[in-house]
Design a protein around this ligand. Structure first.
Ligand SMILES: [Zn+2]
Length: 261
């Protein structure tokens, strides 16, 4: 049994949350950490967690690569946090922009704004004593790590992690988690990451409804994919799959302060 540590249950693909969770459970996924991206998706995420409170844990977020989001939206997320912080397990997803900067003349200004917003969000995480789920791929990872240190944040996961090896090493040595998606089944970069990172620093996720390639082509994406990720981690680590699932679930419980159902 395993926990999907990052899923977009707010997506229309998962409008029937109960059915989604039933399907996940049929694939040994007994719980889902559900992230939000803006005020609307945050509201839907809270609703999903209220519908299936024993198997869904909500996070409220402000997606750094959703380029249309404004400071007004960030104000609304801050208000949501003030109202709902006792009902959520983390702030996420938050982080630094990367993909949305590509080919933009104003990329440096956007990165500067992104850093300021991340600092503000990490300040809120510290205020409400919440861990953070970070979107900080590639060249954004180092900046996010610096921000965590600056703000004194102790609990964080770099979701769908991709970064230069030396940055990954610094993240792990600082005690933060990194997580892998179904890409680990067919992508060397992710397999090397799993090889290099201790099991105690790893989480698995679906990031559903993201559609994956390889053996997943033609299949519907959903939280049920997390067990396939855990199975592949076990193969790469050459450890029994039951032990690996238990340890990965324990990691999620440690990070998000979850109670075993
Ligand atoms: Zn995501």
């Amino acid at each position: 049994m395993i926990i999907d540590s990052h899923c977009h249950l707010h997506d229309a693909a998962f409008a029937d949350v109960r059915e989604t969770l039933r399907e996940a459970l049929a694939h040994d996924v007994w719980g889902v950490v559900a992230v939000g991206c803006d005020p609307e998706t945050n509201s839907r995420t809270l609703a999903a967690a209220a519908t299936v409170p024993k198997a869904v844990w909500a996070c409220l977020g402000f997606h750094p690569d959703w380029a249309h989001l404004t400071d007004g939206d960030l104000d609304r997320v801050e208000a949501q946090l003030a109202e709902h912080h006792p009902r959520i397990v983390a702030l996420g997803e938050i982080g630094l922009p990367w993909y949305s900067l590509e080919g933009r003349a104003d990329a440096p200004a956007r990165m500067t704004r992104g850093r300021a917003r991340l600092d503000r969000l990490l300040g809120l995480a510290a205020r409400w004593d919440l861990p953070v789920v970070l979107h900080a791929p590639h060249g954004a990872a180092q900046g996010a790590l610096d921000a965590l240190r600056r703000q004194g944040i102790e609990r964080a996961v770099f979701h769908w992690h991709k970064a230069p090896p030396e940055v990954t090493r610094a993240i792990v040595e600082a005690g933060y988690f990194v997580s892998v998606t179904p890409e680990v089944v067919y992508r060397d970069r992710d397999r090397e990451l799993v090889q290099s990172v201790p099991l105690d620093s790893l989480l698995v996720e679906s990031d559903a409804p993201w559609a994956y390639r390889g053996e997943f082509e033609g299949f519907t994406s959903g939280p049920w994919l997390a067990s396939r990720v855990a199975e592949e981690v076990a193969k790469i680590k050459q450890l029994p799959v039951e032990d690996v699932m238990f340890r990965l679930s324990t990691n999620a419980c440690r990070l998000f302060d979850l109670v075993w159902a």
